[in-house]
Design a protein around this ligand. Structure first.
Ligand code: FAD
Length: 566
């Protein structure tokens, strides 16, 4: 992912208390009732309970204060609704937060780069750096990419622009579709069904307007493996690895697994300041963005405290009533742990149990005494490649092997790591002269074949650090402190089932009108009044705010209808 520096407003005027909810309250067809399921929290660890206000009723309550919950709440508040967010942790932002992970060192401890949001850019350093162990490297900067790629083969250099042009054309369409509610495929006839057919027709018409070449590309990106797709374009290992990495980020799969080309496309549909396929660093970390969202939501009267769904029951037994419930948590957690199973259709529940979660991601935050010096490009003085997305994973074969290894042993002996050093762009994160780095490590098993992540976390963290040290000798010695987050820790800390960074795999069976399930792609859940506003809904994961935005639009429209129908 090429990196830019992005400025996001700081500070937060919202008062909230990290308060946990335990179950979605339900209505049967005629009446509203509350039901308690005490085991709900067990799945995601302990919670901090604090009773601060008497039970009140709201138009909408939002379960989870992730960036999508905040976005949804802000739009609902803007529409004049009384909204309250219930967040389990002591901080809002979900996986997009800035926290002190070691005394004096702050970082975006989970998500670390932003693309689809549009904050103001203050530094322009779009780069990717792919070093090898043999002294060679690919350094991609804006405007120079074609020449850099051509260093490894003239033909690749010539194809680079055609490749990115085609990728951009598909990404443009995806960007357009992201803000639309997908057609909801359901049996039977009603006014609603006619609307869905019209919507599907409009989509077909939109596809018809694409050139045959773009349509072919789109089809290939949705169906092929990234490896097969990239092998068809390029010869050089490093250029294939550059794009191949985006296909396996948060996607526990070999780059040669069919469907991985879509994940490459998913990572290409963002933009920063009009620059497509570019990723940015938020000054102040990802938390600066989500705290600004919380402030915006508070500005519209949204309260933050931490089916027919008519409210919540908190772990302390308090009931909170509301006209609707918007769930920012992932569908597996929502349906298998938080709603009484008897309230759900057995087929639907079976599908939600089989919802594929587990992105195979391991995250480390490190405090460093100095910048790394790479064998491929030596030097500890700040240079452009230090501000790049540094990808350690020099070929698709390497990535394929990493996946196979992880399937067999639980983690790869030669892992794939993206390292980002945000303190090269943002001096507020670390003491003067020191640095923080995010290590985003791919291909560890969400559940280990043998033992618990609690027993293997530190060993795997050591392996990741040693891997960086092989590319940048002295890295290990420069370590002052570290925070390691295994898939189990991501689940416990952020409530992400299986540690899945996207709230569910971005595979064809879990995308668009099948996200989170056929018949429920319009942000409405199977219980009246229950909505999906998190990354488990279209268009999926990443710090986009789009599911929250789209869900708010549906909730507001439903309320208008209800009022109109009396
Ligand atoms: C390690 C990691 C790295 C990533 N890197 C990037 C990146 O660089 N760029 C990018 O764009 N995306 C990245 N992502 C993906 C992105 O962060 C997520 O897809 C996105 O943040 C999800 O947002 P959300 O609002 O839908 O859900 P979440 O952020 O998951 O928010 C859900 C909220 O619900 C809360 N919750 C859970 N259970 C309960 C409960 N019982 N009661 C109340 N609240 C509850 C959680 O605490 C959380 O605050 C990364 C994710 C991870 C984990």
């Amino acid at each position: 992912m090429p990196l830019l520096g992005v400025h996001a407003p700081n500070g937060c005027g919202v008062s909230y208390c990290g308060q946990a909810f335990s179950v979605v309250a339900l209505e049967d067809a005629a009446d509203w009732y509350l039901l308690r399921q005490t085991s709900a929290l067990a799945a995601i660890g302990s919670a901090w309970l604090a009773m601060t206000s008497p039970a009140r009723s709201y138009d909408v309550v939002v379960i989870g204060g992730g960036h999508n919950g905040l976005t949804c709440a802000a739009y609902l508040g803007m529409a004049g609704l009384r909204v309250k967010i219930f967040e389990r942790r002591g901080i809002v932002g979900g996986a997009a937060v800035t926290e002190e992970f070691y005394p004096g060192f702050r970082n975006s401890i989970a998500a670390y780069t932003v693309s689809l949001l549009h904050p103001k850019i203050i530094a322009d350093l779009a780069q990717n750096f792919l070093p090898t162990l043999h002294g060679d490297y690919l350094l991609i900067g804006e405007g120079d990419a074609k020449n850099q790629v051509a260093r490894f083969g003239r033909a690749d250099g010539e194809r680079y622009e055609a490749f990115t042009r085609q990728l951009d054309a598909s990404a443009d369409l995806l960007r357009e579709l992201a803000l639309q509610t997908p057609p909801n495929l359901r049996r039977g006839w009603s006014i609603g069904t006619a609307g869905q057919i019209l919507k599907a027709g409009r989509l077909g018409n939109r596809l018809r307007r694409l050139s045959t070449e773009n349509l072919r590309t789109l089809f290939e990106l949705f169906t092929k493996s990234a490896g097969d797709y990239l092998d068809g374009w390029f010869e050089g290992d490093l250029v294939k690895a550059l794009f191949g990495f985006d296909a396996i980020v948060g996607n526990y799969a070999s780059p040669y697994t069919p469907g991985t080309a879509y994940v490459l496309l998913h990572h290409a549909f963002g933009e920063v300041n009009g620059k497509k396929r570019v990723w940015g660093h938020a000054i102040g970390g990802m938390g600066a963005i989500t705290q600004a969202m919380a402030r915006a939501a508070a500005g519209y009267g949204v309260e933050v405290e931490n089916g027919r769904a008519c409210g919540l029951e908190l772990e302390d037994g308090r009931a909170v009533r509301a006209g609707a419930v918007a769930a920012n948590i992932d569908p597996k957690l929502l349906y298998t742990a938080m709603i009484p199973h008897g309230a759900l259709d057995a087929g639907f529940l079976r599908r939600m149990r089989a919802w594929r979660c587990g992105s195979g991601t391991f995250r480390i935050n490190v405090a460093l005494s100095k910048l790394p010096s790479f064998t491929a490009l030596p030097g500890r003085d700040l240079a452009p490649h230090h501000s790049a997305g540094i990808i350690l994973g020099p070929s698709l074969t390497h990535m394929d092997r990493a996946y196979c290894d992880a399937r067999l042993f639980g983690w790869s002996r030669e892992p794939i790591i993206e390292m980002v050093i945000p303190s090269t762009l943002d001096h507020t994160l670390a003491p003067r002269g020191a640095h923080v780095a995010s290590l985003f490590c791919q291909h560890v098993a969400p559940q280990l074949p043998d033992g618990s992540w609690d027993h293997h976390r530190e060993r795997v963290a050591d392996l990741m650090i040693e891997t960086v040290d092989r590319y940048a000798p002295g890295f290990k010695a420069s370590l002052i402190g570290r925070q390691a987050l295994s898939p189990l820790d991501l689940e416990r800390t952020f409530g992400l089932s299986g540690g899945d960074i996207f709230h569910g795999a971005l595979s064809l069976d879990q995308l668009f009108w099948a996200r989170p399930a056929l018949g429920y792609a319009d942000y409405r859940g199977p219980l009246k009044g229950l909505y999906h506003c998190g990354s488990g809904a279209h268009p999926g994961g990443g710090v986009t705010g789009v599911p929250g935005h789209n869900a708010a639009r549906v909730i507001v429209a439903d309320r208008r209808w209800r009022r109109w129908l009396g």
